[in-house]
Write a protein that binds this ligand. Structure first.
Ligand code: PDD
Length: 279
């Protein structure tokens, strides 16, 4: 069961016009929200970021907060398991002809939910391998836009090389991952790229910093170089579907002699408490 423009229908029955600007231009924005134990995790923060994305691309928000919540809950009532991720996207809508400029249209709303299966701690404790690549994306990475061509190419590259993620650098500065935020720990300080136009302000990024602080790390939202990343004590990536993941190898070079760090262990536990305490 999926949601499309007011209807709850089977996924294979859901279709949109070829004149939808999401199809023609990738002209839309999206969000991914985790659901744990049937409870939507950090809904407010996700809807706030959605509003920011919509405002940035001049698409009107088609729903109020309570309408969104109502639609999500109706969809979730059909889900078979209590842990889900909600994917929802809003495109500018269906045009009459293909032209880059736009008029005011009725936005297209598509929502699906998928089972969310967090990796067990024993699996996470093995650590993950990543590669790095130059960040070729545009300069509005703060907008959670559906036009993700660069990100899909990175993800495919990672998949072909059996890597968890591609970490991106712009002018030698680490920005974020292709689908995640990036952190490095050095001498009990956590560094992560400051928010702004070059990264997506991750909801999990905020939670990771909250957990890191609770675990005794000093938080420093400032940039760091690729060389600093390669010499870090610990490296993590974060996203709504991955939570906080420890990285033990970057471009074939080990981090912390290939062992998952003590701060990650603490942050993992703290993050699980945040999930359990959510309403
Ligand atoms: N991606 N940076 C990028 C480029 C991302 O695509 C994502 C998430 C994040 C982390 O954001 P958050 O913590 O709010 O999930 C950072 C989602 C999961 C996706 O595209 O499916």
């Amino acid at each position: 069961m999926v949601y499309l423009n007011g209807n709850f229908i089977a996924k294979n029955k859901a279709s949109i016009s070829v004149m939808d600007r999401g199809f023609l231009f990738g002209d839309g924005v999206y969000e991914v929200i985790p659901v744990y134990n049937g409870k939507i995790f950090r809904l407010k923060a996700h809807l706030k970021r959605l509003q920011k994305s919509l405002d940035s691309v001049k698409i009107p928000n088609p729903h109020t907060k309570s309408e969104w919540l109502d639609i999500f809950n109706q969809l979730l009532s059909h889900a078979k398991t209590d842990d889900q991720s909600i994917y929802f996207q809003i495109t500018r809508g269906v045009d009459t002809q293909r032209k880059h400029s736009f008029e005011s249209l009725t936005p297209t709303v598509y929502i699906e939910t998928n089972p969310l299966i967090p990796k067990p701690k024993q699996v996470l404790e093995q650590g993950f391998r990543v590669i790095t690549q130059p960040d070729i994306r545009w300069s509005r990475c703060d907008i959670k836009a559906t036009s993700l061509l660069a990100n899909t190419l990175y993800a495919q590259n990672a998949k072909e090389q059996k890597m968890e993620e591609v970490i991106l650098h712009r002018d030698n500065i680490i920005t974020e991952g292709a689908t995640s935020n990036v952190f490095m720990i050095k001498d009990s300080t956590l560094y992560t790229h400051p928010t702004g136009v070059n990264i997506l302000s991750g909801i999990t990024r905020d939670l990771a910093m909250e957990s890191a602080q609770a675990c005794g790390l000093t938080i420093n939202e400032s940039t760091f170089t690729l060389n600093k990343l390669l010499n870090a004590d610990e490296v993590w990536i974060s996203s709504s579907t991955r939570e906080v993941m420890p990285i033990i190898q970057i471009d074939g070079r080990t981090v912390n002699s290939g062992k998952v760090g003590q701060y990650w262990e603490c942050v993992y536990e703290h993050y699980q408490h945040l999930k359990e305490a959510s309403e």
